[in-house]
Ligand binder design. Sequence first.
Ligand code: HAM
Length: 423
Amino acid sequence: MSFQIPRGTQDILPEQAAKWQYIEQIARELCRRYNYQEIRTPIFEHTELFLRGVGDTTDIVQKEMYTFEDRGKRSLTLRPEGTAAVVRAFVEKKMFGLANQPVKLFYMGPMFRYERPQAGRFRQFVQFGIEALGSNDPAIDAEVIALAMNLYKEMGLKKLKLIINSLGDKDSRNTHREALVNHFKPRITEFCHDCQNRLEKNPLRILDCKQDHEHELMKSAPAILEFLNDFSKTYFEKLQQYLRQLDIPFEVDANLVRGLDYYNHTAFEIMSNAEGFGAITTLCGGGRYNGLAEELGGPETPGIGFALSIERFIAALKAEEIELEINAGIDCYLAYLGEEAKDYTVGLLQQLRLAGFSAERDYLNRKIKAQFKAADRLNAKYVAVLGDEELKNNKINVKNMATGEQVEIELALFIKQFQALQE
Ligand code: HAM
């Protein structure tokens, strides 16, 4: 019997994994500079968290969750996204009481959605995300957007498009909601079953419907921007002012509603407009979610964040033909010639590794020529050759593979001299 990987998942083999690590490392470094600290939450949570947090009229909750009952008959769900869990932890661990506010967090890890797999859409994917909780200053909205943009730019991506929108505060949303209901109600029977359900519960979701997006009422639907009250309008203008100040080009798209229910005020997405990127062009999505902490039993706390998947990040790099400068290869390959030398390299190899070098040796009893070939395949910077003869004379031969230069080193001084060769 043979097994295949589940649909919508992928194995990240070592060569790919090096790319992942590289991106993750740059993301961590950016978080350090922007002062976001890592938080790690469980892979599964109580299902109720996502019903409340993400919203029970969203596609994620209605169609895409991996929900199961555990042996204690609790309903648990593999996390489809990170924000609900981070805010749950923020409330549960009373992080609102910390001295340093706002609380600025980042996370990186697998998320699960039962979606139809296609290019750029997986059932298990890795999100890198940040959340800033406790500030209502539009400057932090700009900071969150800037961090995402700078991460992409730092990796060399150029064909990016940032779109922003404002969903307004509660009051603005309520008046907009009413206008939407009035707009769709007379002809709601022409819409899909989901949209008919959404009409009363959450009419904003209708605008995000994949099935009915060609319907004429969609284009003429009242846009939220026309319903922003003064506070929401000023907030949105201030954000735009800061983005200009940071030299971040953007477009306002009144149709951007996002697929999760917790958003208000700022909503944004970063898309790739590289040729050949494929149908799904959104690289990153985020926005403000004032009220979510309250919804999850905490005090009123403003919050904003984004998430992006590493899978789409890598797809964008590929579409723009960007090769990452990944330092592959090992520092030293230890080749042997003769039985005694072979035994001796076991200890020598350990010395190299303890001194901080990446080092390898043959484990397949290969002839010296084949050992050199193996060293080549491993992209070794140096090959150190120890023969029985050298061992007797307390010497070892070190060859620089780039220049071809060779030096003979006293065996007792090998590690020290090898270190000196690097300078
Ligand atoms: P989201 O728009 O659902 O937002 O997902 C954010 C990003 O995750 C997307 O832009 C995309 O890069 C990636 N993504 C989503 N689904 C898939 C998939 N099936 N396969 C590959 N990549 C995918 C959120 O998840 C919010 N929690 C973002 C947020 C954080 N808002 C505020 N804070």
